[in-house]
Design a protein around this ligand. Sequence first.
Ligand code: YH5
Length: 263
Amino acid sequence: MSHCQIMGILNLTPDSFSDGGHFNQIDSALKHALTMHQAGADYIDIGGESTRPGAKIVSEVEELARVIPVIEALRREAPEIKISLDTHKPAVMQAGIERGVALINDVNALQTAGAVACVAASDVEVCLMHKQGTPATMQAAPEYDDVVKDVCDFLALRRDVCIEAGIAKERIILDPGFGFGKTLEHNIELMQQLAQFQTLDCRLLVGVSRKSMIGAILDKQVDERLAGGLALALLAMQAGAQIIRTHDVEATMDVLKIWQACA
Ligand code: YH5
């Protein structure tokens, strides 16, 4: 049985905060991060740019204004917490790295110019995620020859680019990117074949929390998807996922403990 860790999601997009930088918003973000850490989260994933289907593009200035005050506050109040920074912009990565983040979580798999060099020059971990298309277009008509092979090949390629640039394999985490340019059938096939991604010889991260595949299977709205997300988290753990990204840390910890007790 391999070890599994939990990444708690801290969303700093305007869906949850009207604009960055105000004390109340920093304070409530901090409180939420501490609550998730106490519940057992190993990483807190801070994101200032919504990557949901159809989301608006956020400028570098605005993204920095949202995430930097929270990173600084969290480093000050709870330096033991490992911060993951969800961004694809090298300037935002660099600002986060200078302020002590432990991981760069890039849904663009470091394909933006300068991103690989930025991570390679540091000692942070990096999560490389697969997606097809952009958040604006990705759910239009996703197509693959063989979704598992296509995603696997892409992740192997990005992993090798990183290794070539001097990022040790141990620092690299791979993620099939559930819901990013995938139909329900694609997502189900990726979950069924998830164990195959272990052949890539890196840690594997899975993010399914509250996503539309749960909604599609159960016909449930976002706020009714907890049990469905926990069921998928358990399947991911069994298939060898080493990090589960979730909004629901306490409940996911319960699942993890039950799985560990019975594995
Ligand atoms: C991920 O899988 N996902 S942001 C739509 C939802 C609920 C949740 C309609 N960042 C991932 O969480 N980073 C996001 O309901 C991620 N892996 C990694 N590494 C999308 C999201 C969500 C979207």
